[in-house]
Every structure is written in C-alpha cells, then in structure tokens.
Design a protein around this ligand. Structure first.
Ligand code: NAD
Length: 494
C-alpha cells in the first residue's frame, strides 16, 4: 500500500447512495436521506437513503421471494461456492477503493482498515465458500428397522444488523455464512458506516448472487432496524452492537415471530499482567496496541489493565509513556496509529467517562483530552487512568473509546475476581511465565476468548463470541454456519 495511491482516492466524490433492494438501487419510499459526515474533518461526505418501515417490508419481501424462487437457496453448494469465491476476488481487486471509502466514512486508521476491512471480508467470503461443499448431513445410529437422516437446510431470510467500527469485516462474518448456507439476507448497516456495505451489494450482483438474495437497507436504528427486528418474514436476526439494542431485538422477536436472535455485544475486557510475565516491556507495548488501535473502538479492546501490585506503578507508568507517543491523526495517513472517533457523540461519551472517573478519585496518567480540534474532525488522546476501583463506572462499563483503566491486584484469586467483576465476558488476556497458572486463568475467566502472553490475536479458524452479557452465538469458524442452517430429520420405516 502506497501513500500516493491513498491520496489519489482521498477526495474522490462520493455519489448519494440509495437503498439496495432486489438487485438495484432506489430511494427511500418517502425520499428521505441522512447526511454522512466524515470523522476526518466533520464535513458532509454524501447522503444515504433513510429507509422507512415500508422499505424494510419491501426488502424482506424481496428476500423471501428470492428464497422461495430457489435460484440461490436450492442451487448446489458447489455452485454457491463458485459465486462466493468470485465475490472474494472482486472485493480483493477493489480493496484499496473500499478501504479508503470506509475510512472516510468511519475514521479507522488506513493501516488497520485495509487489512481488517476489505481484505478480511474477502477472506471470509472465501472461507465460507470453500467450506459449504464440505458440510454433510448425518445418518443417525437408529435401530436397523428405520433410517434416520438428519438434513441441514437453509433457514430462509436472515436479518443482519451491524455497528460502525468494522462494517465490512463484521458484516462479512454474518453475510458470508448466511449466503453460503443458501439463505437470503437483508442487512441494516449503522447510520455512520453504510457506504462500503452498499458497494458490497453491487459486487455481489457482479459475482452472480441473484437479485433479492442480498439486500442492503440504510437508515436509522429505531426505524429501519426496528422494522427488520419486527418483520414476520425474517427467520434469524444476527446482530453486532451494544447490549441496549440487543435487548430491544429480543423484545422485537418476542413481539413478532419468535425469530432466532444472535447477539455479539460489547465488552470490558481485562488484560491481566502478573509480575512473572515473560517480558514486561513487550506486555506494556501490546497493552497499548490492545486498547488504542481504532481509537479504542474495538469490541475486544483490552480496556481494563489489571496489574500485579508489586509491578503495578512502574508498569502503568511505562504504558502511559508509550500511549502518549501513539500517533493520533489523519486516518488516511499511513503513519497514523490511531485515527478518528466515529462521531462527535462517541467522542463526547468517552470524555464523559474520563471526567466521571476523575471525579470518583481515579488518577490521570496520560491523555484525557480532545485533540486536533482545528481539523474539524473527532480525535481524542490515548488516555490512561490509574487507581480505578471496581465500583467505578469506568471499571464496569464499556467506553468504546481510547480510555484504559488501570487497577492493581494482589494474587491469582484477586485477579480472577476483578477480571470477572463486570457483566461482560467477551475477551481477556493473561501474561505469565507459569504454564499452570495460564491454564487456570483460561479456565476461570468468564470470556469467549482468553489470550496468553499476547492480546487480540485471532483468525477465521477460531470462533468469536461473548459469554454472559457479551452475547450468544459465534461468528467465524465452521461454528458460525450453525446459526444459518436448520436441522431436519427424515424418519424412514424400512
Ligand atoms: P449500536 O448498538 O448503537 O448500533 C448497532 C446497530 O444497531 C446499528 O446498525 C444501529 O443502527 C442499530 N440500531 C440502533 N437502535 C436500534 C433499534 N432500536 N432497533 C434495531 N436496530 C437498532 O452499536 P454501535 O454504537 O454501532 O457499536 C458499538 C457497539 O458494538 C459496542 O458495544 C461494541 O462493543 C459492539 N461491538 C461488538 C462486537 C462483537 O463482536 N461482540 C464487535 C464490534 C462492536
């Protein structure tokens, strides 16, 4: 990736975007639009359609008709695979265009966005394309007088609702397995990160996904998102976002057709450093990376640093020193290490957490303030706060911004107590040279992933999902397919 190639794309005009329903763009039923503001400088980038409930009905109807028509749902797995592999190739061929467009929409630093967004989405379409013709049904071990066959079938219409932090990557984690399994999809992106997903819908048509099989409906959560949640046509809802909206979706399902609801929610993930960590300097560097990339707007961000008391002060000071040197700035500059916050409310929310923690008696070690205000964009200094206690708001609740809370612990029991001391259970890490302790911590920390002597490593081969109030169900890995396939038994008397 060269800076000149990025710069050539940074000011390209972005045409006003419509809804993508039944294979073509269209305006919202009432013609309403939403302004898309760029986090880089606060300017208006373009507009997207602001869907009404009527538009959602049209998209869900189109998805249902496509499913019943069968030109995708009944196509052989090997044929669907060819289309999904083509889609992966198309995404890859346009990766830089997609990455720059996405950054202008959501503010993630380009060095991370290229890999985490289009390239990761392409890999995901390839993974599920490759997987789907290796999925077998079962013959049950019944009495010999009957044959019990267990078929795996697509379910129908899958509603997908995603957040703004990594729209293509998180979108692909749900769209790719849902399509691979033969379902139709209606996707509702976040208000502040819709543009790349609309492009993805066009690429799907180019790759050979039939019209109506993949629809993208932009608009506001409480209108378009709610209509998707309440739709009688939607069989499965796959969501990534906040716990508050997750609760609403469960309520919509209860009030409509009891659709299955899979939730990938937030976290307050502990990064736990024992005094016997193999390399404390490396642990400090990784702790900084583990919270401040994408300005902390990462679901698995290691936002609570728990450090053994004997090394806590020195370790926190080192983390604060490295954090203060993180290069915050223009997300389209390749040397930037932390880009913009996605929106002004998100920036203000993060600052509110800082002020609240300081009021409650915590101590600011570095950062804390808005920065680069003259750009008109939404930037915040990487912030490290010490003396954070378990009763503080900053200890218990997700900021989703560049704010690291530091808390000391005494021993292993105390570390586990603190680690499990929130309602969340998404990710964690433990740094230690003691192998037995590492395994005990993995066993006892209530989280979907526990890293050992690293933070945030992962790939498509392993599932990502929350425990406790961080959600249910899993994205990635072969397990993600289970959400989008029904089991059906044929019981045949011989
Ligand atoms: P959000 O919950 O505010 O919004 C997510 C989506 O829900 C958006 O598309 C929004 O339009 C829609 N929505 C809002 N109100 C709705 C309603 N009433 N009905 C239906 N849909 C509605 O979350 P966000 O601010 O976009 O994203 C940040 C959150 O996402 C954080 O909590 C973060 O931890 C979480 N997240 C989780 C994961 C994971 O894998 N577990 C990954 C990324 C982000």
């Amino acid at each position: 990736m060269k800076q000149a190639d990025i710069d050539a794309r940074r000011a390209m005009p972005v045409p006003a975007a419509g809804l993508f329903i039944d294979g073509a763009g269209r305006a919202a039923a009432d013609g309403a639009t939403l302004d898309v503001l760029s986090p880089l400088d606060g300017s208006r980038l373009t507009t997207i359609a602001d869907a009404t409930a009527q538009d959602l009905d049209a998209a869900c109807g189109s998805a249902r008709s496509a499913f019943e028509r069968g030109d995708w749902s009944r196509r052989s797995p090997v044929e669907r695979k060819k289309v999904l592999l083509k889609m992966a190739d198309l995404i890859e061929a346009r990766a830089l265009d997609l990455a720059v467009l996405g950054v202008r929409d959501n503010g993630t630093e380009i060095s991370m966005a290229l890999k985490a967004e289009p390239l990761s989405a392409a890999a995901t379409f390839r993974y599920y394309g490759e997987l789907i013709d290796k999925v077998y049904g079962e013959i049950a071990p019944t009495d010999g007088s009957v044959l019990g066959l267990v078929h795996k079938q697509p379910i129908g219409v899958v509603g997908v609702i995603v957040p703004w932090n990594f729209p293509l990557m998180i979108g692909a984690w749900k769209i790719a397995p849902a399509l691979a399994a033969g379902n139709s999809v209606v996707l509702k992106p976040a208000e502040t990160a819709s543009l790349t997903l609309l492009r993805l819908a066009e690429l799907a048509i180019e790759a050979g996904v039939p019209p109506g099989v993949f629809n993208v409906v932009t608009g506001q959560g409480p209108v378009a998102g709610q209509a998707l949640g309440l739709s009688m046509e939607v069989d499965v809802l796959a969501f990534t976002g906040s716990g508050g909206v997750g609760r609403r979706l469960l309520d919509y399902a209860a009030r409509s057709n009891l659709k299955r609801v899979y939730l990938e929610l937030g976290g307050k993930s502990p990064n736990i450093v024992f005094a016997d960590a193999p390399d404390l300097a490396a642990a400090a560097r990784v702790a900084v990376y583990g919270i401040f990339r994408n300005s902390g707007q990462v679901c698995i961000a290691g936002s609570r640093l728990l450090v053994q008391a004997s090394v806590a002060d020195d370790f926190a000071a080192e983390v604060a020193r490295i954090a203060a040197a993180v290069r915050v700035g223009d997300p389209l500059d390749l040397s930037t290490e932390a880009g913009a916050m996605n929106s002004l409310p998100q920036l203000e929310r993060a600052q509110g957490f800082v002020a609240g923690a300081l009021d409650e008696g915590a101590r600011l070690l570095s950062g804390g303030a808005r920065t680069l205000e003259a750009t008109g964009g939404w930037y915040m200094q990487p912030t490290v706060i010490a003396d954070v206690t378990p009763t503080m708001d900053l200890f218990r609740n997700e900021v989703f911004g560049p704010v690291l809370a530091v808390t000391p612990f005494t021993d292993e029991t105390d570390a586990i107590r603190l680690a499990n001391g929130t309602d969340f259970g998404l990710a964690a890490a433990v740094w230690t040279s003691n192998l037995s302790r590492a395994h005990r911590m993995v066993r006892d920390i209530r989280a979907g992933v526990v890293h050992v002597n690293t933070y945030g490593g992962s790939d498509l081969t392993v599932p990502l999902g929350g425990h406790r109030q961080s959600g249910n169900g899993y994205d990635k890995s072969p397990h993600a397919l289970d959400k989008f396939l029904d089991l059906k038994t044929a019981w045949i008397q011989l």
